[in-house]
Design a protein around this ligand. Structure first.
Ligand code: ARG
Length: 446
């Protein structure tokens, strides 16, 4: 029974939250004259002492006391004697754990949002250094149209901003206090739930005691935000794996962020990126674990709810590590400008530009222009040339009305510069986006 029942090995991570919530509860009991000022002072002194032990790492966590709440109370009794027994007036471990866990998860969301901002700043710095670094943009992992490296990185800045928003939204929505819901139905003592809620930084007490002790959608929402964030991180992690492979050769990671092979001396393996990719599975697993845990659980508290914490702790640990690793890799990444430029100029990534020119300059319907371009690309392929290298007479054999003006749009550089629509890849537009992000991040710092 002890082995299956005890949760102290996991919920000891709630120790600081537990003591903090107990101090708020104790102060409220004194204010409401539910316990005497003398008992209240003894309890608070003991709790402050316990907080010191926690910070010093000397608090004795003991499995025989089952969970963090019983451990703190048992230690309090050792320290101050009989008054300790009055702390648990008008509360239950059910509202205690719900409160502690909300405090922990709220902080985890706020820290995740901060770490995402750090990752975005790393992306932004790299983007600012590469506003005009050309790279092939892909669809289906096939060279499609040229973009800039900065434009590519800024796509991840945008994704990360929505991730941040999800963490902050979750933190706001969960910011209601379960304390005082007691076991499930509230209490007959004259408590002040608004006071404890305010003391713990919550916006208000939760309005329904059954909901307060038995809901964990706050945890599900937080881990769901983590899963979405991890999914975004895994996409860039995967691209880093591709970019640093010699077959792509788009970028290099330093020794500090790669590992060697024990048998192949030439290897520079992007293990950190691969692990970020893999940790996504772990965080998704935590989300499924929580959703499954909550499914069809009748009101109110059941011990099933004790199994919520390992999933949340593990998910946020994995996310914290993934964000730190991605930030470090982005700061370390050394793009190979020449190789990316070269690849942007192969694979006929300017074919769309030729088709667009035929529409604009000759008034062809786009479908017809697309067809003529296909024929010109085929001819260039046969001759082993890129489009800019194909002579005017060769082009005119397919579409006689083509003039030398066409060369102004061919080649990756021209193709890139022409994509000036809002949100497009042209350096002029990307420069505006970098400036917008810089302004945004700087106002926050002030
Ligand atoms: N360790 C428990 C948990 O994590 C605390 C609540 C225990 N409540 C109870 N009625 N047994 O959920």
């Amino acid at each position: 029974m002890q082995r299956i029942n005890a949760s102290i090995s996991v919920d000891q991570r709630l120790a600081v939250q537990d003591v903090t919530a107990s101090r708020a509860h104790c102060a409220m009991l004194v204010k409401q004259q539910v316990i005497s000022a003398a008992d209240g002072a003894a309890i608070d002194g003991g709790l402050v002492h316990i907080m010191g032990e926690l910070q010093a790492g000397s608090f004795p966590f003991r499995a025989e006391y089952e969970d963090i709440h019983m451990n703190v109370e048992a230690r309090l009794a050792e320290l101050i004697g009989p008054p300790a027994g009055r702390l648990h007036t008008a509360r239950s471990r059910n509202d205690q754990v719900a409160t502690d866990f909300r405090l922990w998860t709220r902080q985890a969301c706020e820290e995740a949002a901060g770490a995402v901002r750090g990752y975005q700043c790393a992306l932004l710095d790299l983007a600012a250094a590469h506003a005009s670094t050309i790279m092939p943009g892909f669809t289906h992992l096939q060279s499609a149209q040229p973009v800039s490296f900065a434009h590519h990185l800024l796509a991840y800045v945008e994704m990360a901003e929505r991730d941040r928003g999800r963490f902050l939204d979750a933190a706001t929505r969960m910011n209601e206090c379960p304390l005082g819901a007691a076991a499930l139905a509230g209490t007959s003592f004259d408590i002040d739930r608004h006071a404890t809620a305010a003391a713990l930084g919550f916006d208000r007490p939760m309005a329904n005691s059954l909901d307060a002790v038995s809901s964990r959608d706050f945890a599900i929402e937080a881990v769901s935000a983590a899963a979405q964030c991890a999914a975004h991180l895994s996409r860039l992690a995967e691209e880093i794996v591709l970019w640093v492979s010699p077959a792509f050769g788009f970028a290099r990671l330093s020794d500090a962020l790669t590992t060697g092979s024990s048998i192949m001396p030439q290897k520079r393996n992007p293990d950190a990126a691969e692990l970020v990719r893999a940790k996504t599975g772990r965080i998704n697993g935590a989300l499924i674990q929580l959703l499954t845990l909550m499914k069809a659980l009748p009101l109110a508290y059941s011990k099933d709810l004790q199994e919520d914490k390992p999933a949340v702790f593990d998910a946020f640990d994995a996310l914290e590590l993934s964000l730190a690793a991605m930030t470090a890799m982005v700061r370390d990444l050394q793009p190979n400008r020449e190789r990316m430029r070269q690849m942007a100029n192969t694979g006929y990534a300017d074919a769309t530009d030729l088709a667009d020119w035929l529409v604009r300059a000759l008034g062809l319907p786009f479908r017809e222009a697309h067809h003529a371009t296909g024929a010109i690309v085929a001819r260039a392929e046969t001759l082993g040339l890129d489009l800019a290298g194909l002579s005017l007479s060769e082009m005119q054999r397919i579409e006689p009305r083509i003039t030398a003006g066409v060369y102004a749009v061919l080649g990756a550089q021209h193709a890139l510069a022409s994509r000036t629509s809002y949100g497009g890849a042209a350096p002029i537009r990307v420069g505006e986006q970098i400036a917008r992000w810089h302004a945004r991040v700087q106002t926050e710092e002030k």
